[in-house]
Design a protein around this ligand. Structure first.
Ligand code: ATP
Length: 134
């Protein structure tokens, strides 16, 4: 059976380079699935979890937005930041969550609400992935 070549990169690292059977991805307009024979497409991504399946095994990857380009048997994901679920530092995500919650609760004059909410969301998705991986 043919495979899909999945590449997940960020501006500073390559997170995944693998031949896979299926990818489920957090698109800005909702989750979408990609199989090896998928037609060409380009989609924006939101903060969420990408899952890829290979030989019956699931792997989860944190994605903080970016783009996915599916073309000719290859899916390239360019994310602002990304980590394999097992590489997530739970204590760091917990600290980021507490910082964002404090900022949002205090509602300081100069608070960038969109930024604080995005930071909170990144931390919550990371913590969910850590909990799921246990
Ligand atoms: P923090 O405030 O802890 O930096 P953040 O959500 O602002 O969190 P990002 O901007 O998404 O962090 O990522 C910056 C870099 O740090 C990226 O390389 C990302 O993979 C890594 N990173 C961030 N949080 C974690 C974490 N909890 N575990 C592992 N790597 C992380």
């Amino acid at each position: 059976m043919s495979k899909l070549q999945l590449e997940v990169v960020t501006p500073d690292k390559k997170v995944v380079s693998a031949e896979v059977d299926y990818v489920s991805c957090p698109g800005i307009e909702g989750e979408f699935g990609v199989m090896p024979q998928h037609v060409s497409m380009l989609s924006g991504l939101k903060i969420g979890a990408l899952r890829y399946d290979s030989d019956g095994k699931h792997q989860f990857v944190f994605i903080s937005g970016g783009f996915a380009d599916v073309n000719n048997g290859t899916m390239s994901v360019l994310a602002e930041s990304a980590e394999l679920a097992e590489d997530i530092d739970a204590a760091r995500a917990q600290a980021a969550k507490a910082r964002a919650e404090k900022r949002l609760a205090e509602r300081g004059e100069k608070l960038d609400v969109v930024r604080a909410e995005a930071a909170l969301q990144r931390a919550m998705v990371r913590l969910n992935l850590v909990a799921q991986a246990r």
